[in-house]
Design a protein around this ligand. Structure first.
Ligand code: DGT
Ligand code: CA
Ligand code: CA
Ligand code: ZN
Length: 588
């Protein structure tokens, strides 16, 4: 954050990149367009205190930022606004920027739509597509018209939901502000965030106190509120500057557990549980639990609610009405509790990490150091393979050179087991990206689809099955290719492919990148049934990205996994054995 105007570096980067897009849509000179795009990227990669740099008048010392752009940055940092920005924004209608949010539409195409068809809004574009006006334009065609319609559909479908990484940040800002207020006995985040859903609608903060007013005041003073939507005695709602809604509910301390249970949800879980209460002639709601005589039962903790209703406490992640009631009841009958689900401390190491050898931002040394700092005992490189030239995929020679660097790093990090792997593109015909003898030299191979997303279901399934059956394949990376809030995965027979993975002993990846969280948690029960092994992999493209493992762990908990059921919770020796087991028949 700039202490002058409060504008953050990220925000400035976003503005510069957006201005570049506007210039391109407006048909400005390619030099000017590139200056903004490159400048945004340069600033993003630059580490340091921007305010100091501006005050010293040294913005142009950042490589890739010229005089003109430096002026814009200085104005933004010092004044919070810039006349150049206003001028550029006035070049095209603001609603055009919405079009850029449609998958597959860049500034070039938006410019054509605007120039040729005077399209200024998403609605207008949808209509033009439906009237087949877009396919007639140069550079478009029927396929792109269809994919624009699909993109519009997705845009609307995903509007108003947020990635869990962003929601967590916003939630902790509000939680930490209210939990320290005098008189607050308990404070927790409930709702979908507590259930570890993969995307979040809004954040639900619950506070127990006998003195609501100071809590509400503290809540309203949190940084980055863009709008107060409701402000009441016990219920308030704001919109954060990130566009995330935050609900605050204040309850009396004795009602905390029942309110926490209620506002954790899911709605479906709540309905089933209330039904159970009703079957006994009891009543359950957000205020408490009452027996048939109308007497309130004491429920100081959530466990008490479940206990009264004849069940073991259900971890919040599993409250989706997907079989948790039957398990909780049988555990209760045995006097047992739910198995401890996996946690971050159980993770012993990771693979599938990118470095500057391909498209990562961290060098191998930086990445391994960061993994070691996280307390991990093994680290596996997983750069892109040679066909992924857009992502700096490694040639056979580079793989060999990388091996030499790894030899050195093994000496530097003797406590780490350092593995060389690759994220091999699955080629269109299902073969892998290097000759067998090259693959055989690696410690493991992740196979991933990065192209030909729209093959028919049968072909896509056959393509991936072939790759899964390749003897070098160890891990199936981001199995469905979905990007949360952006696009669905490719069409495949996932159930069949999971059985193939089980048969071939290929580890199925739970990709921990918060944009992916792929494979979807809804497959958890089926995965256990098939006996498929999963691994939680960061797919990190920076040292920071390694920490994404925590989002993967959250999803693994939602799948109901314990540490014993996740491959990268094995100690290094057992892990190496497990990687070698792929494709080899079980010895009994
Ligand atoms: P979200 O915000 O869409 O990601 O999902 P949630 O689950 O956080 O939903 P939200 O914020 O609308 O409500 C929080 C919880 O409150 C929800 O999980 C269950 C409870 N709840 C809300 N409305 C109802 C309702 O009509 N019936 C029942 N039984 N519970 C409700
Ligand atoms: Ca919510
Ligand atoms: Ca809510
Ligand atoms: Zn990938």
């Amino acid at each position: 954050m700039s202490e002058v105007t409060g504008i953050s570096k990220d925000e400035i980067c976003r503005t510069l990149s957006e201005l570049g897009h506007i210039l391109e849509i407006a048909g400005s000179s390619p030099f000017k367009v590139r200056a903004f795009a490159n400048g945004s990227r340069a600033l993003e990669n630059w580490q340091g205190d921007l305010v100091t740099l501006v005050k010293d008048g040294k913005v142009t010392s950042i490589q890739g930022i010229g005089k003109g752009l430096a002026g814009v940055i200085e104005d933004l940092v010092l004044e919070g606004e810039s006349s150049a920005e206003e001028e550029i924004r006035s070049l095209v209608p603001e609603s055009l920027l919405q079009l850029l949010r449609i998958a597959g539409l860049g500034p070039k195409k938006v410019r054509v739509l605007y120039e040729e068809l005077q399209i200024e809004s998403v609605d207008a574009l949808e209509q033009a597509c439906q009237e087949n006006q877009v396919q007639a334009l140069a550079g478009f065609g029927q396929t792109s018209e269809n994919s624009i319609l699909k993109g519009i559909n997705n845009l609307r479908r995903f509007a108003g939901r947020h990635l869990v990484s962003q929601a967590r940040e916003v939630a902790s800002r509000f939680l930490s502000a209210v939990e320290v207020v005098n008189g607050v006995e308990r404070a927790e985040v409930a709702g979908s965030l507590r259930r570890h859903r993969e995307t979040i609608g809004d954040i639900d903060v619950l506070v127990a106190t006998n003195d609501p007013e100071p809590v509400r005041d503290a809540f309203m003073k949190v940084d980055g509120i863009s709008e107060v939507m409701a402000e009441g005695e016990t219920k308030s709602r704001i919109l954060s500057e990130e566009g995330v809604g935050v609900d605050l509910r204040i309850v009396e301390p004795t009602a905390f557990a029942s309110a926490l249970h209620y506002f954790t949800g899911s709605k479906e879980h709540n309905t089933r549980l209330r039904q159970r209460a009703r079957e006994r002639g009891w009543k359950l709601n957000e205020y408490g639990l009452w027996n048939e005589a109308g007497e309130a039962l004491e429920t100081p903790e959530e466990t008490d609610i479940f206990e009264h209703l004849g069940m073991a406490w259900v971890p919040p992640e599993l409250r989706e009405d997907t079989g948790e009631f039957e398990i909780a009841e049988s555990l209760h009958n045995k006097g047992a509790v739910w198995d401890e689900l996996i946690s971050m401390e159980d993770v012993q190491g990771v693979l599938h990490c990118h470095s500057t050898w391909s498209d990562g931002k961290g060098t191998l040394r930086e990445m391994i150091q960061a993994a070691s700092d996280l307390g991990w005992l093994y680290y596996g490189t997983g750069d892109h393979s040679r066909t992924a030239s857009y992502a700096g995929g490694l040639s056979i020679e580079q793989l060999a050179e990388q091996r030499l660097e790894l030899e050195e790093l093994r000496k530097e990090f003797p406590h780490m087991t350092i593995l060389q792997g690759i994220e091999s593109d699955i080629l269109a015909d299902g073969s892998l990206d290097y000759p067998d003898e090259v693959l055989a030299e690696l410690d493991y191979v992740v196979i991933s689809v990065h192209s030909s997303f729209s093959l028919p279901r049968d072909e896509q399934t056959a393509r991936i099955e072939k790759a899964l059956r390749h003897p070098a394949t160890t891990v199936w990376g981001h199995p469905t290719g979905r990007l949360l809030l952006q696009r669905d995965g490719y069409e495949i027979d996932l159930d069949h492919l999971l059985s193939v993975a089980a048969e071939e002993k290929v580890i199925v990846e739970l990709n921990a990148n918060p944009k992916r969280l792929d494979i979807d948690w809804r497959w958890g029960n089926r995965i256990r049934e098939l006996g498929v092994d999963i691994g939680i992999h960061p797919d990190a493209h920076s040292t920071h990205g390694l920490k994404d493992v925590l989002y993967g762990v959250a999803i693994a908990r939602k799948m109901g996994f314990t540490a014993e059921q996740v491959t990268n919770c094995l100690d290094p020796q057992d892990y190496l054995q497990r990687l070698k087991r792929c494709h080899q028949p079980e010895v009994s």
